[in-house]
Design a protein around this ligand. Sequence first.
Ligand code: HXC
Ligand code: NAP
Length: 260
Amino acid sequence: MSKTDSIDYRGKTVVISGGSSGIGLGIARHLAALGARLIVLGRTQAKLDDTVATITAEGGEAHAYAVDVRESAKIGEVLADCKQRFGGVDVVIAAAAGNFFAPAERISPNGFKTVIEIDLIGTYNLFWSSLSALNKPGAVLLAITAPQAQRPMPAQAHACAAKAGIDMLVKCLAMEWGALGVRVNAVSPGPIAGTEGLAKLSASPEIEKFVRDATALKHFGHVDDIARSVAFLCSPNAGYITGSILDCDGGMRHGNFISL
Ligand code: HXC
Ligand code: NAP
């Protein structure tokens, strides 16, 4: 085994939007346990305080900024501050998202726009603002996408459009910024137990069963499944992987959603 086969984030600074709950929190805790310094972004100060306290209690290092990913100027200020305080950033993860379960006739134009702005434009805001703060070459950008990007799903027109946009954005930025020494990838989680995202999709026990049965593995995933995939993709072990979507979804992207 060569030295690079073991995953080690000591000396690395990681910025993550949406790192204060659910999947993002799981990623933040996992990377902190591997030695990274975590910078967590979210809107709610109390959730950020809890996250910093949790990671610190686990022996890691974490800092937080209360910011909305839709506010591009403020995201720019946060990344500039990170560069000054921490000497640059090595990994940037866009995990913040918003979703709700609604058939298209009940998604108002503002509802549609809201999800596009948080998921797709928020990801662009974060990645674009990061570019001047990244420690290049060797920096990594990673987006959290969803099976909705690859499959039309009922009551998910807004999320499907937003996540499909993220997948293509990842591929475009990978092609444009690869020469700068920046890799750009995404992880696509399936339904992850105990998360807000799954709760929003499981409006009834019947729908929850339907979603579980839509996976090939017939069970929900765990936040650690996603955290481990992210840790790999953002490590030197994945040094020749860019413009890729890693499906960590129990096969959900192949599932049947027509009768939902
Ligand atoms: C229809 C809705 C709605 C609903 C909100 N809207 N909820 N429309 N059905 N259930 C509409 C509102 O009526 C409004 O439009 C517009 O959306 C904006 O609503 P606000 O409440 O003002 O927006 P905001 O406060 O910015 O909140 C954004 C949010 C909220 C997305 C609506 O739920 C949020 O902050 N979510 C973050 C947490 C989250 O969703 N986590 C899950 C991520 S999981 P009008 O026209 O009335 O003004 C995920 C994918 C999971 O992304 C995939 C699983 C496989
Ligand atoms: P979650 O628990 O609701 O977490 C969302 C996080 O994003 C929170 O930290 C939230 O904090 C933050 N956030 C939301 N809107 C924001 C905004 N406008 N600006 C800044 N931060 C914002 O969600 P989750 O279910 O774990 O999902 C996390 C990611 O995984 C999302 O990208 C989601 O699309 C994806 N995903 C989830 C599943 C699943 O099964 N859960 C499946 C596939 C993909 P604040 O509210 O304090 O801002």
